[in-house]
Each structure stands twice: as C-alpha cells, then as structure tokens.
Ligand binder design. Structure first.
Ligand SMILES: *Cc1c(COP(=O)(O)O)cnc(C)c1O
Length: 361
C-alpha cells in the first residue's frame, strides 16, 4: 500500500465530463454538446493566430497589457482590474486557490457549472449546494445558506445548463446581503449573448465584494484556444495576479483573443444569429411537445416527460448523427441540453425530435 496520497478533497472530485464529439460508425455528425459557436472565430482572429506562428520562439507577455487594454476599451472597463486566464476555468481556479481552503465553504447553485465544485474540492474547501427555484437561481436560498465559513459564492448568469438568468436588482441584492468575508463571483460566460447586459460589470464597480468572469470560448468561438478573464476590485485582482503563473497565456492566445474582441461586427452577427435560431428551435421543439425555459444563452434545455424519455431521445438523436448533452450529472435527468447550431443543424435536430416524439422510430 502506497503512503503517497493527495491533499484531502482531491479524490472526491468527479472527473469532468466533456461533451462527446464522435459517434462510432456515424459520419456527418453535428456536435451540439459543448455550447460552441457553430461559425467559429472571426477571420481577424484566425489571421492573428496565423501570424503568431512567427513568434513561437518568444516567451509571451507576462502582463497581458495588449489584451487587457482591448477588453477594457470594448467593454468600457478599467484595464488595471482585468486579469486573464487559461479559460475562465483558470480564473475560477485562482479564486478558489486564493480564497478557499480547509474549513471554508464555497456556495454554488443546484444546477451550477461543474468547475465550481471541482476547484473547491481541489483546494480542500467544502462545496455547499443551494437549491434553485424551478431551474432559476434563488437569491433568498443562497443568502440563507451563508455562514461564517462562506468565502465564495459562484453564480453563472445566464446559468448553464438551465439557460435562465436573474436581473440586475436581484444580483445586487445578493451582493449586498452576503457576509463580510464572502466574495460573489458572477460567471458571465454567456453574458455576450444577452443584448444590453453588462455581465455584472456595473455591480463590480459598485461593490467591493463582486468579481465577474468572462470567456472567449462561447460567443467568440475560441473554446480550443483557452482564454478567459476576470474583472474585480483592485484588492482581488492584486491577489489573483500573485497566484497566476507569469506565462499562463501563450502569445498566440493573447493576440488571437485581442483580434477577436476588437471584431465587433462578427460578435454582433453571432449574437443576432443565435437569438434568431434559439427562438426558432425553442418553438419548433415546443410544437413537438418538448418545452424549455426561456433561454438567454446559446443553448436550450429541452424538458422531457421522464429521465427514460430523455435518454431515449438522446439515443435516437445519436442514431441520426446529432450529439447533444445529457445533464443528469447536473440533477436534470429529464432534460437534454442542446446547443444552438447553425440553421441546418437546428432544422435537423428539430426534425429528429419531431420524429422521436411522433413515434417514427
Ligand atoms: C463554458 C463555460 C465557461 C467557460 O469556460 P472556459 O474555461 O472559459 O472555456 C465558464 N462558465 C460556464 C458556466 C460555462 O458554461
């Protein structure tokens, strides 16, 4: 028996299940399981990535000034209070590493993103799950769950995998009601899909205890590159920059993300396309007897009559070359999360769900 053992908590981590990408024996597969942008990144971003090939022998920038300044200009933020990470996953990890350890509690919501729990356990802290109200964040339940040991409260808004969100007044009520030592993390991975929503930026400006995280993995179509960022009060950003590795982001990642965020026309087009197709898909599924909550993100949480029916529909979709996401691991066993793809993919998935519900199997 080996005496070599990891820190407490580590072996409680359930390995992250990514969205499947292949089906054995099926060609022409459409992947709608990871909330990726079906159109990929902007041409300007791809061009920046190609040019970065000539700089591969150079160490990258350690202060990320170019990318931080671009983000600050586009979003109207203070560049000094932006911190960049290898995906927003890394910002989540930094927050847990810096603020939560053994004996500390970290709150996440019932159907919240898996990385909150994983990063909490990786640092020996205790995850605390709070119920949602019919798949919507319940601010009162979160406030009621807070204790003297609460250090972090993670909330995705819009939420994944539910697609629902709460309003700015509710977010503010949450921030203002937290215990003194707790930090609210508003995960804005899908904020770019919500017209007129700042992802929590104004709340960060107004409060000393709020951090916002954002990503290039969704609207910007750069999930494969791994770039995310956080925005918070100076005292928090100073802490995160201490745990951040100096070369955490490659030059290719930095310049590609910078080009992506500056291409506003592409971002707007992707947001508008998503909104149009999301509405179409939700309606088409509803006509086939598959309801969903109004989604504010780039996916729909399709609800079935039972876990068995959800699994059977998933199997049928697979047989048709369509990969969607089972979300039983998120305590939603009767649901399937379906990413809004391009128009042909949306039509294919709606048609297949219709065939499944019509019994044409
Ligand atoms: C996809 C997603 C992220 C983004 O993770 P990255 O590490 O930036 O790719 C963050 N939070 C939520 C809720 C997500 O769904």
């Amino acid at each position: 028996m080996t005496k070599i053992a990891p820190q407490p908590g580590v072996m409680e981590i359930a390995l992250y299940q990514g969205g499947a990408a292949h089906i054995d024996g099926v060609a022409n597969v459409v992947k709608l399981s990871s909330n990726e942008n079906p159109f990929g990144p902007s041409e300007a971003a791809k061009e920046a990535f190609r040019k970065a090939a000539y700089e591969l022998h150079r160490y990258p920038s350690t202060d990320h000034a170019g990318l931080r300044n671009a983000i600050a200009e586009v979003h109207g933020l203070d560049a000094e209070r932006i911190v960049c990470g290898v995906g927003s996953d890394e910002i989540i990890a930094f927050l847990c590493q810096a603020y939560a350890g053994p004996g500390d509690e970290v709150i996440h919501t019932e159907h919240g993103f898996a990385m909150y729990r994983i990063s909490t356990l990786a640092n020996g802290a205790t995850p605390v799950e709070v119920p949602e109200r019919d798949r919507v964040t319940d601010v009162d339940a979160i406030l009621a769950a807070c204790t003297d040991a609460t250090r972090l409260v993670f909330l995705a808004n819009p939420n994944n995998p539910t697609g629902t969100m709460i309003g700015e007044a509710e977010l503010r009520r949450l921030a203002e009601g937290l215990p003194e030592r707790a930090l609210l993390v508003v995960d804005g991975a899908y904020a770019d899909y919500v017209e007129g929503y700042d992802g929590g930026a104004a709340l960060v400006e107004a409060c000393e205890n709020v951090v916002m995280t954002r990503t290039f993995s969704k609207l910007y179509g750069l999930g494969g590159l791994r770039v995310g960022w956080g925005y918070g009060p100076q005292h928090v950003v100073d802490v995160l920059n201490r745990v951040r590795g100096p070369f955490n982001l490659s030059h290719a990642a930095l310049v590609t993300a910078e080009a992506a965020v500056r291409d506003r026309a592409w971002a707007t087009r992707c947001r508008e396309d998503n909104a149009r197709l999301r509405g179409w898909l939700a309606e088409a599924l509803a006509e086939h007897g598959v309801p969903s909550d109004t989604s504010t993100a780039n996916f729909i949480l399709a609800r079935f009559g039972s876990p068995e029916e959800a699994r059977a529909c998933d199997e049928y979709l697979k047989s048709q070359g369509l990969i969607v996401r089972q979300v039983a691991g998120y305590k939603l066993p009767n649901c399937l999360r379906i990413t809004v793809g391009d128009e042909p993919s949306c039509r294919r998935v709606a048609h297949a769900v219709g065939q499944f519900k019509g019994g044409a199997r």
